[in-house]
Design a protein around this ligand. Structure first.
Ligand SMILES: C[S@@+](CC[C@H](N)C(=O)[O-])C[C@H]1O[C@@H](n2cnc3c(N)ncnc32)[C@H](O)[C@@H]1O
Length: 386
């Protein structure tokens, strides 16, 4: 007889991951032993049904809380760096979350720790991922760094209560944790475009640095760098991994209107860039354009008349901006741009590079980190991205 399906708790979550075929023998015991509900705080955040631009709090007593915590979904655990922007207590931006369990598991798999492996985690958040690492490797082999003192305190307490007393340092994880180095693995659970060299320096040769990498303009991919004996680290983007940014590497925040002055003089042109290729956050063209054009941000506005027309507004947060109109069936798209930096010319050049290179997706990119900088490449290190 089949045993009844557990309704809640870690067994339910492990069951979901097993049913999806992602939970194997390597991590099964850790996922069964660590209760996500012990790490997620009493209040989580969910989009407000009346106005999805805002997030409303949901308490532990609400059935939605347990439903979300024991499902394969990301759970927002902090908004607006802990000070909700809404006068009514609602929040605007998610600033910490318990990541989607299948993504957590995918990252742990890619990290590939062995018995005795010493791991540094950057971005403690709830402490759940640190607990999974500690359940597998022993708390003495895990160190975690969290920039937000309140979150660090919460995680430290929950880890201790669970009998997994991982040291949780409060500070900027971009500095690593020099006093606890060297590590065999560094895993960042906040995204970075500029990979902090401290992570490479604090990892033993043969070790691995794993992080969500990309640009705030587009989606991020899971970058797996292997550290060499010469102080460099190199490796490919493995798969999509959407994460929030290291605090110091966030893109422009706030409404696009604060960065775009539509009354300013503009240069007009027509482009062969297909704006539809830049529309979706996870589109391959957008990933490539984000890598080639630093500091880009974008919003889109769609005609309400069902015509399929839309306008993309691109801006860099320091005064330069461009708009491009998509009109179905039209030949070329109308562009306006303003500022010393010709933002759309840069986008056009990046898009042409993307077309010339057979429309690469993020998994064709790779990165080499040296003490003095970063080289991004396509397919192999000898094919640098301009
Ligand atoms: C997606 S959450 C991490 C999820 C976490 N690993 C867990 O298991 O709950 C990202 C976290 O990174 C933290 N963070 C952002 N910038 C940071 C930095 N520079 N150093 C350390 N932590 C940082 C955020 O405060 C947030 O808690």
């Amino acid at each position: 007889m089949t045993p009844p399906r557990p309704e809640s708790g870690p067994a339910r979550l492990a069951g979901l991951l097993r049913a999806r075929g992602v939970l194997g023998a390597d991590w099964a015991a850790a996922f069964a032993a660590v209760d996500r509900g012990r790490f997620v705080p009493d209040v989580i955040w969910t989009p407000d049904a009346d106005d999805p631009a805002w997030l409303r709090p949901v308490g532990r007593g609400d059935p939605y809380w347990a439903e979300a915590v024991y499902s394969d979904v990301a759970v927002a655990t902090q908004v607006d760096d802990g000070a909700p922007k809404g006068a009514d207590g609602r929040g605007r931006y998610v600033t910490s979350s318990a990541s989607q369990p299948s993504l957590v598991l995918g990252m742990l798999r890619a990290l590939d720790p062995r018995e005795g492996t010493r791991v540094l985690e950057v971005g403690t958040g709830t402490g759940y991922n640190a607990a999974l690492l500690a359940a597998r490797l022993g708390a003495e082999n895990v160190v975690s760094v969290e920039v937000d003192p309140g979150l660090a305190r919460h995680a430290r307490r929950r880890l201790a209560d669970a009998g997994l007393p991982v040291p949780v340092l409060t500070g900027d994880g971009a500095q690593g944790a020099a006093a606890h180095a060297p590590f065999d693995r560094v895993i960042a659970t906040a995204a970075a475009g500029a990979v902090p060299y401290a992570w490479v320096r604090q990892t033993r040769p043969g070790g691995v640095v794993l992080l969500p990498w990309g640009t705030p303009y587009a989606s991020t991919g899971l970058l797996r760098l292997e550290v060499g004996v010469d102080g460099t680290a190199q490796g490919p983007v493995l798969s999509r991994a959407g994460f929030m940014w290291l605090r110091s590497q966030r893109g422009p925040t706030g409404g696009w209107r604060s960065y775009v002055d539509t009354s300013a003089p503009v240069r007009r042109s027509v482009t062969g860039v297909d704006p539809r290729d830049l529309l979706r956050m996870d589109s391959p063209a957008r990933f490539a354009v984000g890598v080639l054009v630093p500091g880009l941000a974008q919003v889109d506005f769609h005609a309400a008349d069902g015509s399929g027309e839309f306008t993309l507004w691109l801006y860099d947060g320091s005064g330069a901006w461009a708009s491009v109109d998509h009109v179905p069936g039209a030949e070329g798209a109308a562009v306006e741009q303003h500022g010393d930096r010709r933002l759309f010319d840069e986008v056009e050049a990046a898009y042409a590079w993307w077309l010339r290179n057979r429309r690469p997706d993020r998994e064709r990119f790779g990165v080499t980190i040296t003490p003095t900088g970063r080289h991004t490449w396509l397919d192999t290190p000898d094919h640098p991205v301009p």
